[in-house]
Design a protein around this ligand. Structure first.
Ligand SMILES: NC(=O)c1ccc[n+]([C@@H]2O[C@H](COP(=O)([O-])OP(=O)(O)OC[C@H]3O[C@@H](n4cnc5c(N)ncnc54)[C@H](OP(=O)(O)O)[C@@H]3O)[C@@H](O)[C@H]2O)c1
Length: 244
């Protein structure tokens, strides 16, 4: 296969899209960000941006002459990924990176997360079927589990509150968090190892609480049932840390 040089990133303005775009630029790919016609997101000035309606003819035009497409749209856009795949194939794109960026197939999960995983699985099956029927079209899923830097920032409940020097260790704190698919394992660690690292890095005392990740499922379900969307985070926390 000829080298991939031109890469379009759909959703390049997002939480993951920004670092992915920056890494592609650093690796000297010619990057184009594809953004929705009415989006107000900002993009680095040095990157080409194609603003377009997300339908098959327009996306096909946007992907024409690209070697690869990275699909990294936010959760609500995952459902339309099959249209991105159709457009990429029609435009002659040789490699499509599907919007997984999670745990990949085969991961145990809580029923609350079934719908999210089912949608991703559908896209993966769709890409797989396309590739089986057309040898010039290939796809890759990248799964890295829970990125540690994001987890630490996003969820104080993930265990570490650095400014207050407090830690909550769920269960025995040894559940590894990072994983699967085209398995990217830049760091594989667990709460206990991170706690050791924090204790080594700071001279202050840390207040360490014990917790059980499994109990967060009940709390999360109760919150969601009561209309409090933050319960989804409790459920995700249990998904990541509950060893059972
Ligand atoms: N493993 C993990 O822990 C982890 C953590 C975070 C995210 N993820 C996964 O990574 C992927 C990207 O997530 P993210 O948090 O980076 O996304 P995000 O920041 O919410 O959104 C990324 C971009 O997608 C575009 N977008 C948003 N809604 C869309 C829609 N309905 N239709 C089409 N495009 C839409 C927007 O770009 P424009 O406005 O420029 O069009 C947005 O800036 C998702 O699959 C997510 O589940 C995984």
């Amino acid at each position: 296969m000829e080298a991939i040089c031109k890469v379009a990133v759909v959703g390049g303005s997002g939480n993951l899209g920004q670092p992915i775009t920056a890494a592609l630029l650093k690796a000297a790919f010619q990057v184009t960000i594809i953004t929705r016609a009415k989006s107000t997101t900002a993009h680095p000035s040095e990157v080409a941006v194609v603003r377009t309606r997300y339908d098959l003819p327009n996306l096909t035009r946007a992907f024409t002459s690209q070697d690869a497409v990275v699909c990294v749209v936010g959760l609500t856009g995952v459902a339309m990924q099959n249209t991105f795949i159709d457009a990429a194939e029609a435009a002659g794109v040789r490699r499509f990176i599907i919007d997984d960026f999670g745990w990949g197939p085969g991961m145990r999960n809580l029923p609350e997360l079934d719908a999210i995983f089912a949608e991703r699985l559908d896209c993966r099956d769709y890409a797989q079927a396309k590739a089986a029927a057309n040898t010039t079209f290939t796809w890759t899923g990248i799964a890295f589990g829970s990125p540690i830097d994001r987890v630490l920032r996003w969820f104080p409940a993930m265990g570490f509150d650095v400014p207050s020097r407090k830690a909550i260790i769920h269960d025995d704190g040894t559940e590894p968090f990072t994983d699967q698919f085209v398995k990217i394992v830049p760091i594989k660690t667990c709460q206990r190892e991170l706690l050791e690292a924090f204790l080594g890095a700071f001279e202050d005392e840390w207040e360490v609480q014990k917790s059980s990740a499994g109990t967060h499922v009940g709390d999360g379900r109760e919150k969601v049932a009561g209309g409090d969307g933050s319960g989804a985070r409790d459920i995700t926390l249990a998904h990541i840390f509950d060893p059972d």
